[in-house]
Write a protein that binds this ligand. Structure first.
Ligand code: 2AM
Ligand code: CA
Length: 194
């Protein structure tokens, strides 16, 4: 399944499915010639087995194998450690603030925000601990699959914005985060305060 491929032909994730995005961060690729990535996630019966996100320009290869952990080039990525929202760096496209003003609460409570414009890379950064959460309101399975597999190997958490499991068959929203920061984000979104 891929952006340039046969999205409609994949009706379920039984067997082995490769979910590919040849260039994630297309606008960055065209506009900046940097901050884009190749993403691949290999799933078996709905479970992520292999994750690959390759930042071509920085020569950074994030990869993972189920049960074997994740690496950045030759360096093993450690399991994500406890963190709190007030020390967290959160990444999302600022335009999403116009879609859900509850994001203001997250911005207010976080250490800071960043926007890279390449979902696969931003999820890989969460797996590497460079970011503590990445949020998006419109992603396809191939934007997420590689990073999702990486995230599983370091104890990260990823669901859609409503807290429900991703199905990797249709477009969805996303919260990919350090597990402690994830829980705080869900709590803040669901608490009716500013
Ligand atoms: P792309 O570069 O492969 O299109 C930008 O914020 C991130 O969201 C990129 O990863 C981009 O992937 C993805 N994206 C942008 N517009 C999208 C859309 N309409 N549907 C799904 N993903 C999108
Ligand atoms: Ca993409």
């Amino acid at each position: 399944m891929g952006e340039e491929g046969s999205f409609e032909n994949v009706k379920d994730l039984s067997g082995t499915v490769w979910i590919l995005d040849p260039i994630d961060g297309t606008v960055n690729f065209v506009h900046q010639e940097s901050y884009f990535a190749i993403s691949a996630g290999v799933f078996h019966n709905g479970e992520p087995v292999i994750g690959i996100v390759y930042d071509v320009m920085h020569d950074e290869l994030f990869s993972s194998l189920k049960g074997e952990g994740a690496v950045l080039n030759n360096r093993r990525l450690s399991s994500l450690s406890k963190n709190s929202l007030n020390e967290a760096l959160i990444s999302f496209n600022t335009g999403w603030l116009l879609k859900d003003r509850r994001l203001e609460r997250i911005v207010k409570r976080s250490r800071g925000t960043r926007s890279y414009g390449a979902a696969a890379l931003e999820i890989a950064y969460v797996a590497a601990g460079r970011l503590d959460a990445y949020i998006s309101f419109n992603l396809a399975p191939w934007d997420i699959a590689g990073g999702y597999a990486l995230l599983q190997e370091v104890g990260g958490k990823a669901t859609n914005y409503d807290g429900n499991a991703l199905n990797f068959l249709e477009k969805d929203t996303l919260i990919a985060a350090n597990p402690w920061v994830y829980d705080e984000i869900i709590e803040v979104l669901n608490t009716n305060t500013n």
